[in-house]
Ligand binder design. Sequence first.
Ligand SMILES: *[C@@H]1O[C@H](CO)[C@@H](O)[C@H](O)[C@H]1NC(C)=O
Ligand SMILES: *[C@@H]1O[C@H](CO)[C@@H](O)[C@H](O)[C@H]1NC(C)=O
Length: 97
Amino acid sequence: MAIKMNNKSSMVVNIVLTLSLLLIISMTEGRLLGVNIFGQPKTVYCSKVLGVQNGDTCFDIAQSLNLTAKVFNSINPGINCTDLFIGQWICISGVVI
Ligand SMILES: *[C@@H]1O[C@H](CO)[C@@H](O)[C@H](O)[C@H]1NC(C)=O
Ligand SMILES: *[C@@H]1O[C@H](CO)[C@@H](O)[C@H](O)[C@H]1NC(C)=O
């Protein structure tokens, strides 16, 4: 009887943990994709930047980091990819909140 209760409550704990994990993941994904789930103005919090080098393009940089164009654009809202200059800082990792 006691074992059954323990199994049940640990199952409930597991379900709760799984659900909160899914919620965190979907919120993070939403932010990474630039989806404005809370209807607030978006702010980019960049955690990693990269200096543009000779010959770099937005596409090359995004591709070498496995970033989709959507993610790349959402963390680099002000960037003009046809007008990159050497030494320009590009955000390569961050969240949009
Ligand atoms: C990008 O993805 C490829 C293939 O999935 C993998 O081999 C490579 O290590 C990844 N690069 C980075 C920077 O995550
Ligand atoms: C980006 O730069 C190019 C070249 O200077 C310019 O023609 C274009 O209008 C710019 N685009 C934006 C969105 O500022």
